[in-house]
Write a new protein. Structure first.
Length: 152
């Protein structure tokens, strides 16, 4: 499903609504290794299959790797304020990592609009509950409250 374009005066009607989930994404070892290099986080549970296997059965993705993927995955089916000049990542109110993401597993993002607040004229702060589904797991990889600021 493509992005949903919404007039500023209609934003409140989206509170409580879920957007379409993103496409599935496979988390492979190359992506995990690249993230380890980018962040200098080479803990063995992420990059050493032999050491990680007795603990998790395989290497696992960094929690912050899965969290960082929300930027790109969220664009697939985003709620877009019509007339916006830009949108900004405004941060997170809450994040809980609930399940490890084993190498070669698939994840997809679900998003529900929780709150809309016009901070300043033409600046809309949208809070979304983001859940990263882990294929085959009862628990999601994480649940977060993510904030985006749209500037018209």
């Amino acid at each position: 499903m493509p992005m949903t374009f919404v007039k500023p005066e209609e934003l409140d009607s989206y509170v409580g609504k879920s957007l379409e989930p993103s496409e599935w994404l496979t988390i492979d070892q190359e992506r995990i290794n690249n993230f380890a290099d980018a962040t200098n986080d080479h803990q063995f549970i992420h990059v050493d299959p032999e050491q990680a296997e007795p603990i998790f059965g395989s290497t696992i993705a960094h929690g912050f790797l899965t969290l960082s993927l929300t930027s790109g995955m969220g664009e697939e089916n985003a709620l877009v304020v019509e007339g916006s000049k830009m949108s900004l990542n405004y941060g997170l109110d809450k994040i809980r990592f609930l399940a490890p993401v084993p190498v070669n597993s698939r994840i997809r993002m679900h998003s529900k609009i929780v709150d809309v607040n016009e901070k300043n004229p033409g600046q809309f702060l949208i809070k979304s509950e983001v859940t990263m589904e882990l294929e085959g797991s009862e628990k999601p990889a994480f649940i977060a409250e993510q904030l985006g600021l749209w500037v018209t």
